[in-house]
Design a binder for this molecule. Structure first.
Ligand code: S3P
Length: 170
């Protein structure tokens, strides 16, 4: 089995579903945001506030390069903006199979309405921010993805089961 890379918008369930999926498959779970926060010893929001988004994007690309050196199977959850960076496309392709966890704007607004941790959603209307980013990102997610799993209206259990089925068919 290759690395399974979960992509999708903030709040799509990449970390939650990814963690459960990895456990079921008996492989490691890795999250790029978590690795960055551990290495940098501070929160993503702090990195955005002090160094800005461009610096954070460089850290994300570094993570992909480092993970290419790891041969083990894993479920890898990447931040919502990572697949949007063209320099990451080839790296994602080399790393493994990419699964897009798709959720519609209504679902995302419900999940992210009160978020305080994600810098790109702070201040102003969350719905407008999500809609604006989605317009730019959705075509990229679809282009980068090898598989798409629709999560709208699904419980965590249902979504993980669907995801597992997709992974077992790889
Ligand atoms: C971001 C998504 C976040 C995190 C950062 C930027 C984005 O990760 O990397 O706040 O640009 O969509 P999640 O997708 O895990 O929330």
């Amino acid at each position: 089995m290759d690395k399974i890379i979960l992509i999708g918008f903030m709040g799509a369930g990449k970390t939650t579903l990814g963690r459960i999926l990895a456990k079921r498959l008996g492989i490691a779970f890795v999250d790029t945001d978590e690795r960055i926060e551990k290495e940098q010893k501070r929160a993503v929001s702090d990195i955005f506030a002090k160094e800005g988004e461009t610096y954070f994007r460089e850290l994300e690309t570094e993570q992909l390069k480092e993970l290419l050196e790891h041969e083990e199977c894993m479920v890898l959850s990447v931040g919502g903006g990572l697949p949007v960076q063209p320099q990451n496309h080839e790296l994602l392709q080399k790393l493994g199979t990419t699964v897009y966890l798709k959720a519609d704007i209504e679902t995302l607004v419900k999940r992210l309405g009160r978020d305080t941790k994600r810098p790109l959603l702070q201040g102003g209307s969350v719905e407008e921010k999500i809609a604006g980013l989605m317009q730019e990102r959705e075509p990229v997610y679809e282009k980068v993805a090898d598989k798409i799993v629709h999560t709208d209206g699904k419980s965590v259990e249902e979504a993980v089961t669907m995801l597992q089925q997709v992974c077992e068919r790889l």
